[in-house]
Ligand binder design. Structure first.
Ligand SMILES: CC(=O)N[C@H]1[C@@H](OP(=O)(O)OP(=O)(O)OC[C@H]2O[C@@H](n3ccc(=O)[nH]c3=O)[C@H](O)[C@@H]2O)O[C@H](CO)[C@@H](O)[C@@H]1O[C@H](C)C(=O)N[C@@H](C)C(=O)N[C@H](CCC(=O)O)C(=O)O
Length: 483
């Protein structure tokens, strides 16, 4: 493609510059090859313009930047290079699944994306999801570094899915991704909001800033006439609904306070729950094979997305009975020798931890155990809040390590334990899990929280292979439950 075709209406170019052939695009000078367009992005830490000369030395034939820069090749100045790059990446790769939806919110994105994919597949569509657990499509799972990848990687993936004949895609929209314009080139049919609570306070200046980035999905990315599926059970949901209406979106509201799909009741039935859902004056009864009311909320958001992309409530709601949970999302990972169930969940915010424990309380005839820690080098304020949530909702709390990175792990545990009177401390995560399983007796339940699907523990700058699934399996097989 030529530079002119790629830049589109973003900037005016002379005929000679517009005719430049472009062999590839990247925002990382280290990836530049001869004939590439280099996008100099102003970084959180670094100004990408610093790398323009390096990019040109490696063969870049044009540079995109916020300001005019003189590096000996045509430099195109645009007001928002991150947004321009997203639109350019969409044009360069040129194909995406025809029905794409995005889901944002603090918790539930991964489950909603997985459920939406399953509901579409159940209806006979070739469907995929893309987010924290990677790209899941009919050909398998590909692990990703980011929940919402940078636009060049994202559009390469979307073109790949299109080539695989995937027609339906559910994307997770992280607040980082929204703020950094990673999704601005994706043609979205619908968007969803799950909930919002404290998270990523190391990156966003304030809760309002964090919320504003989530709102971008509704106020800037979805085209007027598209559908906003909103779980109304979060305190901030009415603000999302107002913003969506102001943009000219159709609002499809779900949850206890929803109007389109109203959750009337959720009764625990073993490791399932019987949902009564009201739609257009009719009550549907569905056995959802998942634990926790928040999974019922996520299932309704996914049902809303399926309805927003063409299905009727009568078609979609019975399919909720076939849903499978996403890996590490309130997943039953095993049962101790005494019959005590062990769950793994990705909960790593105070709100998510409280909700996961609330969801498991009905199963704990005796004691509810939790093993968790807090990641280092980010949002210290959540540590005592997670401790307080655990102390309030669980009977036995074991505080352990969760990606200690460059901090002193014992100091992180201390910041959590301040809020956990009587809490135990076992730094080694495998030993903490093993000890909790050893203590379990009939009637008890254990939640191992924080890592979910993750397969590594980051200690210093090293990622040591580790998974909660592996630690639970090892403890069960070596007989920790008999201790
Ligand atoms: C904090 C954050 O989001 N940082 C993102 C941001 O990085 P930055 O602005 O700090 O980049 P930088 O390292 O200063 O470099 C600026 C620019 O110079 C370029 N560069 C850099 C070095 C060089 O030699 N040459 C060069 O060209 C970089 O490619 C970049 O374009 O812009 C980069 C390019 O778009 C992103 O890749 C990078 O994501 C980093 C790697 C990251 O880890 N992000 C995480 C926090 C993230 O996005 N997480 C969310 C949410 C996860 C969740 O919900 O838990 C996600 O969607 O995954």
């Amino acid at each position: 493609m030529t530079l002119g075709e790629l830049i589109g209406p973003e900037a005016k170019l002379s005929a000679a510059v517009a005719a430049l052939p472009i062999a590839g695009i990247t925002a990382d000078s280290r990836e530049v090859k001869p004939g590439y367009l280099f996008a100099a992005l102003s970084g959180v830490n670094t100004d990408g313009a610093r790398f323009a000369a390096d990019a040109v030395a490696r063969g870049a034939v044009a540079v995109l930047a916020a300001d005019e820069i003189n590096v000996g090749v045509p430099a195109v100045a645009v007001p928002d290079p991150r947004r321009a790059l997203a639109l350019i990446a969409a044009r360069f790769f040129g194909a995406q699944p025809e029905t794409a939806v995005a889901v944002t919110g603090t918790n539930g994105k991964t489950s909603v994306a997985a459920f939406t994919r399953q509901l579409w597949s159940d209806a006979g569509h070739s469907a995929a999801s893309l987010g924290t657990v990677g790209v899941v499509s009919p050909t398998g799972t590909k692990v990703l570094r980011h929940t919402t990848p940078d636009p060049v990687e994202l559009h390469r993936l979307l073109a790949g899915l299109h080539a695989e004949s995937v027609t339906h895609l559910a994307l997770e929209a992280s607040s980082h991704g929204l703020q950094q314009r990673r999704l601005d080139g994706v043609a979205l049919r619908a968007g969803a909001f799950t909930n919002i609570s404290r998270d990523h306070m190391d990156y966003h200046a304030s809760f309002e800033d964090y919320f504003a980035q989530k709102l971008r999905l509704f106020t800037e990315l979805l085209p007027p006439g598209a559908t906003a599926v909103i779980d109304m059970d979060s305190a901030e949901s009415p603000r999302v609904a107002d913003a969506a209406k102001a943009r000219g979106l159709k609002a499809l509201t779900v949850g206890r306070a929803g109007e389109t799909l109203r959750l009337v009741s959720a009764e625990v039935e073993g490791f399932a729950q019987e949902l009564k859902i009201e739609h257009a004056g009719k009550t549907h009864t569905v056995l959802l094979p998942l634990v926790g009311e928040f999974q019922a909320s996520n299932a309704l958001v996914a049902a809303g997305l399926a309805m927003a992309t063409g299905a009727s409530a009568d078609e979609v709601l019975p399919r909720l009975a076939h849903l499978q949970g996403a890996t590490g999302r309130l997943e039953l990972a095993g049962t101790s020798h005494y019959g005590a169930p062990i769950f793994i969940d990705y909960a790593h915010t105070p709100d998510a931890l409280a909700k996961a424990l609330d969801s498991l309380r009905p199963y704990a005839a005796k004691r509810l155990f939790v093993v968790f820690g807090c990641g280092a080098d980010r949002d210290r304020g959540k540590r005592p809040q997670m401790g307080a949530a655990a102390a309030a909702k669980a009977d036995v709390v074991i505080v352990t390590d969760d990606n200690p990175r460059s901090e002193d792990p014992a100091a992180i545990r201390d910041e959590i334990l301040v809020a956990v009177p009587g809490g135990r401390e076992i730094g080694d995560r495998a030993m903490a899990i093993s000890e909790a399983i050893r203590m379990l007796r009939a009637g008890d339940v254990l939640l191992v929280a924080g890592k979910g699907h993750e397969t590594g523990q980051t200690i210093g700058t090293r990622v040591v292979p580790f998974s909660d699934h592996g630690a639970v399996a090892a403890a069960l097989s070596k007989g920790a439950q008999l201790g």
